[in-house]
Design a protein around this ligand. Structure first.
Ligand code: 6PG
Length: 253
């Protein structure tokens, strides 16, 4: 596990953008497009802007295939849509092939059929690891202040799914349903990168990553948070934090 504490949210976004350049070059060596799952929420907005601006010429967009980590139960043009945010800030501004952008169809009642067709898209366009799980090259994730990630919220059914890669998850905390990738898929990825910023996340970052709890009595506290259960089997796990989100992390020893 790689934990990087960076000066601020812009530095976190920059580091993530640099990771995409690395991942696309690695995939080029294997002569295939790099598959990237975008996270939702507000944190990635800086990343999308940097990718569309400073990094527009540094990423070989012809070699990128886009998936999403989760989607709200809204239409693609709804202000809450993760797809709409990515489309407006990034996908409409870079030369990525339309047939390589895989939107989660999650509006209204289509969400159930949408999850089934998304599973088919993952199966069709991604290489497989042992156990037949599709392998994403890079998954960007955020973390909520309750420790959720993607739409894997505490105490929800999707946390226990072991035989599907994308599901519709009832989220009573929000009184809604969401489409979300599941732990089996997240943990099969070659690289998973959390982008977590802001003082509001510091306590949970400490619960999950704090040096003094890994393996200790309160170490189990971290495992109650869904974000703590993203532990790639063989892939690289990065936590990119700004100083505010890392404010409660205790040093080693
Ligand atoms: C979503 C995200 C969700 C997000 C966290 C953090 O659809 O909202 O996938 O998991 O990453 O809630 O959100 P912020 O980046 O806005 O803090």
């Amino acid at each position: 596990m790689n934990i990087e504490v960076l000066d601020d949210a812009d530095a976190v976004a920059l580091r993530a953008a640099e990771t995409l350049v690395e991942v696309v070059e690695e995939a080029r060596a294997d002569q295939r497009p790099a598959s990237v799952a975008l996270s939702g929420g507000s944190t990635p907005r800086r990343l999308f802007r940097i990718l569309a601006d400073v990094f527009r010429g540094r990423v070989d967009w012809e070699r990128v295939r886009i998936f999403f980590g989760d989607e709200r139960n809204v239409a693609a043009d709804h202000e809450d849509s993760n797809y709409r945010t990515a489309r407006e800030l990034l996908l409409s501004k870079v030369p990525i092939r339309e047939d390589r952008i895989h939107r989660m169809e999650a509006a209204g009642e289509e969400i159930d059929r949408g999850a089934a067709s998304y599973e088919e898209a993952l199966r069709r366009f991604l290489p497989r690891a042992n156990g037949d799980v599709p392998v994403l090259d890079l998954v960007w994730l955020g973390m909520g202040d309750d420790g959720h990630t993607a739409s894997l919220f505490p105490l929800t059914r999707a946390l226990e799914v072991v035989d599907r890669w994308v599901v519709v998850n009832e989220v009573p905390q929000l009184g809604t349903r969401r489409m979300t990738l599941t732990f089996p898929l997240l943990n099969a990825a070659r690289r998973v990168q959390f982008l977590v910023t802001g003082r509001g996340k510091a306590a949970i970052v400490q619960d999950i990553l704090g040096r003094d709890i890994l393996g200790g009595e309160s170490g189990r506290a971290g495992l109650t948070y869904p974000a703590a259960r993203v532990l790639p089997a063989s892939g690289q796990l990065d936590w990119l934090l700004d100083r505010e989100a890392a404010a409660e992390l205790k040093a080693d020893g």
